[in-house]
Design a protein around this ligand. Structure first.
Ligand code: HEM
Length: 457
């Protein structure tokens, strides 16, 4: 497996950044909605506010971040750049953002026209994104970096799962909007969305990014080889069993048990790798990975509770653990790596040194902040603590504890505001750096300073 990234393949800032900026904005919106709805939002899976919150999380926060980050990672880690990336990303981002807001409004007001409108925006958003990425994977299939082939297996699985989740979601929304009476496929929608798209993408990223950024050992080869094949296989088996009537429930539960086992194994191995990594001091991103993987371990007993207990609360708790605990933690932590990297890289690319003049290069390098300067470790750790409080509070709220349901919204607003503040600070520093460089003498003539490409000090 390769342990390097080709930073020169980084796409334009306008490609991933708008998707990543959706994260704090939709988190703030979800916090305000949860605060407004109060305990009602956690009363049942089928409550309008609960479904609106679910999609602000899954599409606005997680989906946006994962779609933006994937465009970046495919380019730098796999040598798979998406063609016309700016236009494709711009349009997909606009449709996704508007469609998610409309879907949430539809759930809140139980309003058929909004569901139909949301499908009209979200279906082209995902069709555009998925076809652009699929085309790039096909076009550059022979140029893929040798060590990156292993992560492309889970990435392809994740993209297929995303297509399935969106297709089923669109059919569900249309059947609600147009009053069709179709068989209930909500569980399949949730499983393909969370265990397929979310889980497989995270797994693929962990294989590549944890050894590089957290200095962990490599994942065991049999695990990287077989888990990304086993999981889609189990999802297919589960779907076939779910669709066939008359089969004992035990068969579907066996597929769920194996799926839970596969993800528990990955979480256990990831925790061990993080624990034994070579860098002794954990960064904020490491802490977010710990929070995500511990939440994933907690899913197994909750799944047993859901399968063998009569409580309708178990499904809600499992949903919160997967969405807010597992995917929410890793996505939030990833922002603390990817946003400073993008800003640092693009500030560096803006440096143009006349005639490779070393004295001039030294002047520019003094102005360029290091990557670590964009977001400080302390504020990132504070926001991590707020996020952990959100995970615990939302899980307790889902379990039916009313004081937690009251605190859930305000806590999320606090955590999201912390994230927005940290990212906003990084953007401010980037703008000031560009301004300071523009004010330097001789800016904007010939070549870049030598020997800076690829260093992330
Ligand atoms: C790919 C990311 C998505 C994920 C992870 C996701 C996840 C979920 C979850 C967790 C639920 C709640 C089910 C429950 O409480 O058990 C749900 C329900 C639902 N989703 Fe999604 N969703 C996604 C995308 C979409 C899209 C794109 C649409 C529509 C275009 C959609 C439409 C729906 C509808 C209509 C329901 C409610 C069904 C009902 O009440 O009968 N979802 N989704």
């Amino acid at each position: 497996m390769q342990r390097a990234l080709d930073f020169d393949k980084t796409p334009a800032l306008g490609v991933p950044l708008p998707f990543l900026l959706n994260v704090p904005l939709f988190a703030l919106l979800a916090g305000v909605l949860a605060a407004w709805a109060g305990p009602q939002a956690f009363a049942s899976r089928w409550n309008g506010a609960a479904l609106a919150l679910t999609h602000l999380w899954t599409l606005g926060i997680l989906g946006s971040a994962m779609m933006g980050a994937l465009l970046q990672i495919l380019a730098v880690a796999c040598n798979v750049p998406v063609n016309a990336a700016r236009a494709t990303a711009g349009l997909a981002h606009a449709l996704l953002t508007a469609g998610t807001l409309l879907l949430a409004v539809g759930f809140l007001g139980w309003w058929p026209a909004a569901w139909i409108g949301a499908v009209a925006l979200l279906a082209p958003a995902f069709a555009l994104y998925l076809s652009a990425v699929t085309l790039a994977l096909w076009r550059y299939r022979r140029q893929v970096y040798k060590g990156a082939r292993e992560i492309l297996v889970p990435v392809r699985g994740a993209l297929i799962a995303l297509a399935c989740a969106v297709l089923i979601g669109a059919i569900l929304a249309l059947s609600l909007g147009l009053g069709w009476a179709l068989p209930d496929r909500v569980d399949a929608h949730v499983l393909w969305g969370l265990a397929g798209w979310g889980g497989l993408l995270l797994m693929g990223m962990s294989f590549q990014l944890l050894p590089i950024f957290q200095l962990t050992e490599l994942y065991p080869k049999p695990l990287t080889r077989w888990l990304p094949l086993l999981i889609p296989g189990l999802l297919l088996a589960w779907t076939a069993l779910d669709a066939s009537s008359g089969l004992p429930r035990l068969m579907r539960e066996t597929a769920e048990l194996l799926l839970t086992g596969a993800y528990t194994l990955w979480a256990g191995v990831t925790l061990r790798l993080l624990w034994t990594r070579k860098r002794p001091q954990p960064e904020a991103t490491t802490l977010f990975w710990y929070a995500g993987m511990l939440s994933l371990l907690a899913c197994a007993p909750v799944w047993i509770w859901m399968t063998h207990g009569p409580s309708p609360r178990a499904g809600l708790v499992l949903g919160v653990l997967m969405i807010v605990g597992v995917l929410g933690s890793v996505v939030n932590g990833m922002l603390y790596k990817i946003v400073p990297f993008l800003l640092w890289k693009h500030a560096q690319d803006a440096v143009i040194v006349p005639d490779r003049n070393p004295a001039q290069a030294r002047v520019y390098l003094k102005v360029l902040p290091k990557m670590a300067a964009y977001i400080g470790e302390r504020p990132a750790r504070w926001q991590w603590a707020a996020h952990v409080a959100v995970v615990l509070c939302w899980a307790l709220a889902a379990a039916g504890w009313t004081p937690a349901a009251r605190a859930a919204g305000p806590l999320l607003v606090m955590s999201a505001a912390g994230l927005a503040w940290n990212i906003g600070g990084a953007l401010r520093l980037y703008r000031e750096t560009l301004r300071a460089m523009a004010a330097l003498p001789h800016h904007g003539t010939t070549s870049r300073p030598a020997g800076r490409s690829g260093s992330i000090g």
